[in-house]
Structure formats: C-alpha cells, structure tokens
Design a protein around this ligand. Structure first.
Ligand SMILES: C[S@@+](CC[C@H](N)C(=O)[O-])C[C@H]1O[C@@H](n2cnc3c(N)ncnc32)[C@H](O)[C@@H]1O
Length: 258
C-alpha cells in the first residue's frame, strides 16, 4: 500500500484550480496588477501560481495556520505571514479570499470591519474578490462527490458535504473527506479532513457590506470555469441578467472596486 498522501496535497488536487484563478483575477482587475494579497491563504497555492505568471508578480499570503502556510518552501517574491487577516496592512493591487473563507466572519460587524481593512490595503485601482455559493441548494444537506486521477492508477474520491445548515442564522457546517482507491480497493480514507463552521453570506449581503465598507462599486462574476480559453486566458463580464446567467445553484465571485 502507498504512503498516505497528506490532506493539503489532496485539497490542492481536488478543491483548488489556481491555474484558472490567476488569469481570472487579472481579467477582473482590468489593469496590470502586480501584487496579489491572498487572505485565508491555507497553503498559499494561488500565491505560488501568481508569482510564476510574471517575473514582476509578488504575493502576500496570510493565514493563522502556520503548518499550512509553511507547507510549500520559501519563495523570494512571496511574503507569508502567520497572522489574523485583520492584523496585516501590507498593500496589494488585488486581494483574494477563496473557497468561501469569507464565512469565517460570522457577524455583520466582523464582515464590514474586515472589508474596511481589506479596502485600506488596496490602491485606487484595487479590487477585492471573494467567492460564495447560493441558489436553491444553498441550505440543503448532502454531499457532492468527484473522482480525481492520481499517479500510479490511483483515484482520489473527494466529497464535499454540507453537514448542517441553518437558514435562520446563515450558519453552515461544511466538511471535506478524501478516499484513495486503486483498482476498486480503498487504500486510505481521510474522513473529516477539513471541517468548517461558516456563515454563508448571500451575494447581496456581501455587496451591501462592501459598499458600507467604502468600496465604490461591486460586481458579480459567474460561470467562471467557462471564462478560460484553451491557452489559459480569461474573458469575463459581470452578471447583468441573473435569470439568464446564474444556474439554480451557483458559485460566484463577488468583487468590490475601490
Ligand atoms: C477554506 S481554507 C482556504 C484555503 C485557500 N485560500 C483556498 O482558497 O482554498 C480557510 C483558511 O482560513 C484560515 N483562517 C481562518 N480564520 C482566519 C483568520 N481570522 N485569519 C487568517 N486566517 C484564517 C484557516 O486557517 C484556513 O487555512
């Protein structure tokens, strides 16, 4: 039996698509952003992808979890800070919060306070971007399963499970499990590899909070996977007709512009 892969490697394989995110952030910024801020960065996978995209690119990655943040080695253009995101003042051109981490801010006061702080880090053409999910299944319970091929004929079966969801408070519990199989035989099982207790902010709640925090305008971007062409370039326009452009259940990026 192979060694058990670690949970951060599986997370990057199954959950993240940083190769798509870097061009998306550039396209949404509409300028030439050099410095990316990655808040709630985990292993900072996006920051490593970002600095590969140009010799001038730099990144500042912030997370409370030292083990996650130190997971990849040092890079001279990535400034990794083990800290609460609200303690870091380093300026950046685009500030990204991914995989629903904005939900770590449980109250509206915390959300607006964080967004105000995020805005203060951005220059006059800066953008703040965070994702959220919504639509008809936002507060339903259950799992989404996806197989991901791995080396040596193994498959990682990834499960994203909404274990609890309270539409009266907006609080949800989301859990990630991994199962490694080879030829139908289970080699490793990482049950509850990641457990999140989040406030699920709706799109209009996020937009209102951004405006209250001082952003000049907000937009919503949907169908993000379709926005990338075969060469890896992104073409994106904000949603103007939600009925046409949003699925019944959706993941979107909510963007605030300084
Ligand atoms: C869902 S992971 C996100 C990982 C990665 N950014 C992504 O897009 O997949 C959320 C991360 O937020 C971190 N975190 C939670 N609260 C935080 C806070 N107040 N300040 C900094 N990091 C925080 C956790 O340690 C965890 O690594």
């Amino acid at each position: 039996m192979s060694d058990a892969p670690d949970r951060h490697a599986l997370y990057e394989l199954c959950v993240q698509s940083v190769e798509h995110l870097a061009p998306l952030i550039r396209a949404i910024h509409r300028g030439d952003p050099k410095t990316l801020g990655e808040d709630f960065a985990g292993t900072a996978a996006l920051s490593y992808r970002w600095v590969e995209s140009s010799p001038e690119a730099r990144a500042i990655a912030v997370d409370l979890d030292e083990e996650a943040l130190r997971y990849h080695g040092a890079h001279d253009r990535i400034d990794r800070r083990v800290s609460d995101v609200r303690e870091i003042n380093a300026p950046c051109d685009a500030l990204f919060v991914g995989n629903f981490s904005i939900g770590y801010l449980h109250t509206r006061a915390e959300l607006v306070g964080y967004l105000r702080h995020a805005r203060s880090r951005l220059g006059e053409t800066g953008v703040f971007l965070c994702d959220t999910y919504g639509g008809e299944s936002a507060f339903t319970l259950g799992g989404v399963h996806r197989p991901h091929p791995m080396p040596e004929g193994r498959i990682c079966r990834y499960t994203w499970e909404q274990q609890s969801a309270d539409p009266t408070t907006g609080m949800v519990t989301n859990v990630i499990h991994f199962r490694i199989e080879r030829a139908g035989v289970i080699e490793h099982e990482l049950f509850d590899a990641f457990v999140y207790e989040w406030r699920l902010w709706s799109v209009p709640e996020l937009r209102d909070a951004m405006m209250e925090a001082g952003f000049a305008s907000t937009q919503v971007y949907a169908k993000l996977a379709d926005a990338i062409d075969d060469e890896g370039n992104a073409y994106v326009e904000p949603v103007t007709d939600a009925e046409e452009e949003l699925e019944d259940s959706f993941i979107v990026l909510v963007v605030g512009r300084v």
